[in-house]
Design a protein around this ligand. Structure first.
Ligand SMILES: *Cc1c(COP(=O)(O)O)cnc(C)c1O
Length: 375
């Protein structure tokens, strides 16, 4: 039996009919750009998240970049974030013309260590971008306190955490703006690229509506300089259908995480691998199920793949050690917790439709790896 890292075709079978019905309406109307279905999806998302406004954009990367743009961040400014993230978090800062300042993580939660932020703040610092990695939020109370004290903006990179809650609030709605991605592998994934910005601030909302659409209010009159970064009407149709199931799917991911934990502990594999830590303040939606492997990470990873079990490593190389970001001037040893975690992590299969027998096989295979030769 093969256990895929992620198999989206299983959910596709359930939602296919409604998606095609929705497509047909759009095809009939030919309203592919900024159609009514997009507006409806934006309204559904803002009510799901309990946020005043939601703006569909072309990708999660653009959602972060446009958030920085609407805040007026640019040349000469510094923005603090983490090095354990997808490159686009950091690239958004560079793209806006500002300087990324990378802070080490808390190696339990994998998220930015708020205690390490303040020492990096100076007169050029304008914003903090916490990344809610793998589906669990950063310590937002601590971060918001620092931001308030130093008058900094907070843009949440919630691309991996749609549906996670922190202190009763939805991930992405705590800072000034929150960025989401609908990349197919995210917990709410489209059939192509897409992203969303959420905010409670009507000024940012009005301006973002223009920024994503060439700076236009009416056709062919640009009030400000904008770009083309819109969420397609067709993607909105798919995402509206999938949003109906999001809580259910996130709940199934949590159940799978519990089964993983139970089996790993039953087999005493927690001497070899560490299951994800769950913080008290944040729920975890398990966009990724990431374990820490104390020894022989690559050997275990290879053993799993030789046994047809899909895994991935998020992330093998932290941002500050990737060639593209060399000019930021970091070197090995600068962010020790981040580097240590990159040497230890493996993400195991997790998605709503994953079956219990598949989880059992994954854990049995891990057991085989550690206990082989000990019989
Ligand atoms: C996926 C992701 C992004 C980028 O989203 P895209 O839609 O692929 O541009 C940014 N940050 C994090 C943490 C992500 O996981």
């Amino acid at each position: 039996m093969k256990v895929p890292f992620l198999d989206l075709s299983r959910q596709y079978r359930y939602i296919k009919n409604n998606i095609f019905l929705g497509f047909e309406k759009v095809f009939e109307k030919q309203n592919f750009i900024l159609g009514r279905e997009l507006k409806e999806f934006e309204q559904k998302m803002s009510s799901y998240l309990n946020s005043n406004f939601a703006i569909g954009v072309a990708s999660g990367s653009d959602a972060i970049w446009l958030s920085l743009l609407v805040l007026g961040i640019g040349k000469g400014d510094e923005v603090i974030t983490t090095s354990l993230t997808h490159s686009s978090t950091v690239t958004a800062i560079i793209r806006i013309g500002a300087k990324p300042v990378l802070v080490d993580i808390d190696d339990k939660t994998f998220n930015i260590n708020p205690g390490a932020i303040e020492e990096k703040i100076n007169s050029r610092t304008k914003a903090i971008i916490p990344v809610h990695l793998y589906g669990q939020t950063a310590d937002m109370n601590f971060i918001m306190e620092i931001a308030k004290k130093h008058k900094l903006f907070v843009v949440e990179d919630a691309c991996q955490a749609l549906g996670a809650e922190y202190g009763g609030k939805q991930a992405g709605t705590i800072g000034d703006l929150g960025a989401f991605s609908f990349y197919p592998t995210k917990s709410l994934g489209g059939y192509g690229d897409g992203g969303m910005i959420v905010t409670n601030n009507s000024k940012y909302y009005d301006k973002l509506l223009q920024l994503r659409n060439h700076g236009e209010i009416n056709n062919n009159y640009s009030e400000i300089i904008g770009v083309n970064s819109r969420l397609d009407t067709l993607q909105a149709v798919i995402l509206t259908e999938k949003l109906k199931y999001l809580d259910n799917w996130n709940g199934l991911r949590v159940e799978h995480s519990k089964l993983y934990k139970k089996l790993i502990e039953e087999k005493a594999l927690n001497n070899y691998i560490e299951v994800p830590y769950e913080s008290e303040m944040s729920t975890h939606i398990y966009n990724l199920y990431t374990i820490k492997v104390k020894n022989n990470r690559f050997e275990l990873n290879k053993f799993l793949s030789d046994n047809d079990i899909g895994t991935k490593i998020y992330y093998l190389t932290p941002i500050h050690l990737q060639n593209a970001f060399k000019s930021l001037g970091y070197k090995k040893g600068d962010l020790p917790n981040t580097e240590k975690v990159c040497d230890e992590v493996i993400s195991l299969p997790i998605f709503a439709e994953l079956r219990d027998d598949e989880i059992e096989l994954v854990v049995n295979t891990i057991e085989k790896f550690y206990k082989k030769g000990k019989k």
